[in-house]
Design a protein around this ligand. Structure first.
Ligand SMILES: [Zn+2]
Length: 88
């Protein structure tokens, strides 16, 4: 079973390494405090055991809420002014 892991950004189906939250542009579209929380709560190997910590789930959920609140979901777009971030 080799399940394809994709970006957690709603509507984005770009493939990313299992340890990554999402693709580069979308990851960097998240505010820094949120990214820090996801990193801080991430436990190596959780994508294998499928048992991420409650803290990680909470952080990931917060990211989804942040995206939903800004209505960025529908058109799968990045926040204004950040389109070029992560392109280098
Ligand atoms: Zn993405």
């Amino acid at each position: 079973m080799n399940k394809v892991h994709t970006c957690h950004w709603p509507g984005c189906d770009r493939r990313v390494p299992p340890a990554r939250w999402g693709c580069r542009p979308h990851w960097f579209a998240l505010p820094l405090p949120l990214r820090n929380r996801i990193w801080a709560t991430y436990v190596p190997g959780q994508e294998v055991t499928k048992t991420p910590s409650a803290a990680y789930i909470a952080a990931a959920k917060e990211a989804q809420q942040w995206i939903a609140e800004r209505e960025l979901v529908v058109e799968n777009k990045l926040p204004r002014g950040q389109q070029r971030l992560g392109d280098q």
